[in-house]
Design a protein around this ligand. Sequence first.
Ligand code: XIL
Length: 374
Amino acid sequence: MAATVVSLLLLTSSLWMAEQPPPALKDAFKGSFLIGAALNPGEFTERNVRDAALVKGQFDSISPENVLKWQSVHPAPDRYDFDLSDQYVAFGEKNHMFVVGHTLVWHQQTPKWVFEDAKGNPVDRETLLKRMQEHIQTVVGRYKGRVNSWDVVNEALNEDGTLRQTPWMKILGEEYLVKAFEFAHEADPKADLQYNDYSLENEAKRNGAIHLIKTLRAQGVPVTGVGLQGHYGMEWPSVDQVDAAISAFAKLGVKVMITELDVDVLPSAMQYHAADISANLELRPKLNPYANGLPDSVQQTLARRYADLFGVFLKHRGELTRVTFWGVTDASSWLNNWPVRGRTNYPLLFDREGRPKPAFDAVIKAASEASAGK
Ligand code: XIL
């Protein structure tokens, strides 16, 4: 009898535990920084009911994965398409979220016509500046007071810290950065305006970015923040590199944020880039080792990796204003298709069924330990 009662009690309590919804990231980090996710149309139109609910429950900031990029919003010289971006912004407003705009000036996902004349030759300086101004005025102006923060220039730097020779740079020179921020500021004087890039944890690139931000700010250019994209691996960058990068940018007096966080658990494909196609067929399974599930040991390593990263982020609460994940669940991550198409990756905190992973628990634990130590 007693045994039955005990087992009944155990059963009820485990049922009760199973029914407890997971804690919310946005609550765990309240007072430290905003917690965001990049959304695709299924999520912000709520066609994907499950993941839309997850977003509303967990995050207080959103970024548009693709719908505000030039090629999406302004596909032809005389045509803007705001259908999806309007729905994205409305979703954020309806749910009282911090709404990010991404991105205004980039060399990727920008149509070729932007840089070319009718004959396909590079446009002159004046034409390109006018196109940039018109684009920024139209897009930022449309969402004035509604998009809180814009990634104004994306990925302007090479790995050695010099400025990348993009069409923007080739036609306009360094001034393109100045102008992009000035046009954005004119269109919405209250919006946060950031420079956003990846691998800023590497010293040479970090120093290039510091030089760039200092030079711009010394000229009075309205750069208010730096976004570290945060496309990380299991080992790179070290927590010390992340720590040093956040400290270095915070010292410049700008807001620092992690804008596109994910942790790639798959073997690096880069070393196989030079392989010929026949070798590639053989190597392909090697590049996709967890197609049938993530081994528990790797799952635990990922959880520890996330705990370490959030340990550094929490150390910098007050300097870091936001940590945004580049996606919601592992199923929707771009890392399933980049740099190799069709892999099975596990870079985020929610699994393919939208369930919290051990990495989620580790991040929540890091937050509660930090608030206990406050
Ligand atoms: C990626 C998107 O996630 C993909 O869907 C798209 O095909 C390519 O771009 N750095 C950025 C993001 O600033 O805009 C990129 O997003 C990922 C790398």
